[in-house]
Design a protein around this ligand. Structure first.
Ligand code: PNS
Length: 173
């Protein structure tokens, strides 16, 4: 699929090693891969768009055919604007499938020429999500091996700037 340009859209709040695993896999099969960070998400994100873009840029710089951008509005409009042909999404477990299928079929209804390609991250990341990373970090658990160092540093920065409160770990009884 080296002639195919794909868009990997998401919230990436924050990027995890699961996202990076998928980006690496995608960069090997697609000619070009654009990691597209959703702007104006209804959810209240912890990281600003520009922080998310910077973390992704720093961690994907080694992939020469990968670029990081932001988008808003309909994904299919952005795919067309980028002259891309495919959307890349990760499926970790069956529980992801229903939501992903719904989105893929809605996107197909909106534009029949755009294909959604699903890839599985490494099994080691099959339980990993941005939401759980934030929760575990806040509650003082270890997120070692789950996010790139730069993300851990950025989380620490959020604690320093009081955007999140880190709850001290309970002492072992
Ligand atoms: O990382 P996420 O939050 O699972 O990513 C969801 C995302 C960004 C892929 C999805 O919300 C999206 O495509 N939003 C853009 C708006 C849109 O096109 N909605 C219709 C999709 S069916």
């Amino acid at each position: 699929m080296k002639h195919v340009k794909a868009i990997y859209p998401g919230s990436f709040d924050p990027p995890t090693n699961g996202h990076l695993d998928l980006i690496e896999r995608g960069s090997k099969i697609f000619g070009e891969l654009v990691v597209a960070v959703l702007q104006n998400a209804e959810k209240d994100p912890l990281f600003t768009e520009s922080e998310r873009v910077k973390m992704l840029q720093a961690t994907t710089a080694r992939f020469k055919n990968v670029r990081v951008e932001t988008f808003d509005g309909l994904l299919v409009d952005y795919v067309r604007e980028q002259k891309a042909q495919a959307v890349l999404r990760g499926i970790r477990a069956i529980s992801d499938y229903e939501y992903e299928l719904q989105m893929a079929l809605m996107n197909r209804k909106l534009d029949n020429d755009i294909e959604t390609v699903f890839m599985m991250p490494a099994i080691a990341y099959s339980y990993l999500s941005s939401r759980l990373v934030k929760e575990v970090y806040r509650l003082g658990g270890s997120i070692k091996g789950l996010v790139p160092d730069i993300v851990e540093q950025n989380l620490a920065e959020k604690v320093r700037s009081s955007k999140i409160t880190k709850i001290p770990k309970r002492a072992a009884r």
